[in-house]
Design a protein around this ligand. Sequence first.
Ligand code: NDP
Length: 226
Amino acid sequence: METILVTGANRGIGQALVEQGLKRGARVIAAMRHVADADFSINDPARLKIIALDVTDDASVAAAAAAISEPIDILINNAGIAGPQTPAASTSDFAGFLQTLNINTVGPLRVSHAFLPHVRRGTAKKITTITSGMGELNANSDWTPYRTSKVAVNKVMRALASDLRVEGIAVGMFCPGWVRTRMGGSNASISPEESAKGLYNQIDALNLKNTGIYQNYAGRSIPFAS
Ligand code: NDP
C-alpha cells in the first residue's frame, strides 16, 4: 500500500492532502506540531497515523523519523507560514524573517533529510514541497520575507533533485493555487480539497525525467525567474 507523509497536516492544505490521500486508498502519516489539533473526517486507524513534528526542531524531526518504521512513497513538505507581510524597504522584523526562512526553507530540507532513509525504501520515491507562485524570482516586493523563503526553498529542492536523481528519487515543487485557508483567506479562489486533488495529479506525474519541476496544482509550469 502507498504511504504518504504530510507535514502541517492539522489544517488548511495539509489537512486536505491527508483526506485526499486517504480517499485515494493510501496509508497516511499526518505530521503536525500538536497532535491534539488533529481533525479529520475520515478516521481509519489502520491507514491514518498522527505524529508530532515541528519542522524547526531537530529533536522533534528526529523523534518523528525514529517513530516511523515503514517506507514512505511520497513525502509532502507542506508546513509553512506567511511571516511578516512587508515590502523589502520596510521589513524590520528580522526575527520574523528568520523564522519564516527556518519554517519555509530549512524546514523542508530538515524533514527531507530525516525521512530520506524511509523514501529510499519506498516504491514511488518522491519528495515534494508545497512552495508558492511567490517563489518566482522577480521584482515584486510585497511579502518579501515569504517570497524570499519560497525562492530559496525552490533552490534547495532543485539542488536536492540533482543530488537524488542518481538514487531514483524524484523531487518536485508545487504551488497549491490561491487557497481558502487561514493563510490564503476567505476570498481565495479555490478550496483546499480542489487544491489537494490537483496537487496529487501533479505528484502522480512527477518522475525522474521531470524531477526538479516547479508548477502549480493545475499543471502549469512556473518560471524560476522572470
Ligand atoms: P495554514 O496557515 O492554513 O496552515 C499552515 C500549516 O503549517 C499549519 O498546519 C501549521 O501548524 C503548520 N506549521 C506552521 N509552522 C510549523 C512548524 N514549525 N512545524 C510544523 N508545522 C508548522 O496554511 P496553508 O494550508 O494555506 O498553507 C500550506 C502551504 O501552502 C504553505 O507552505 C504555504 O506557504 C503554501 N501556500 C499556500 C497558499 C494559499 O493560498 N493558502 C498559496 C501558496 C502557497 P499550526 O496549526 O501548528 O500552526
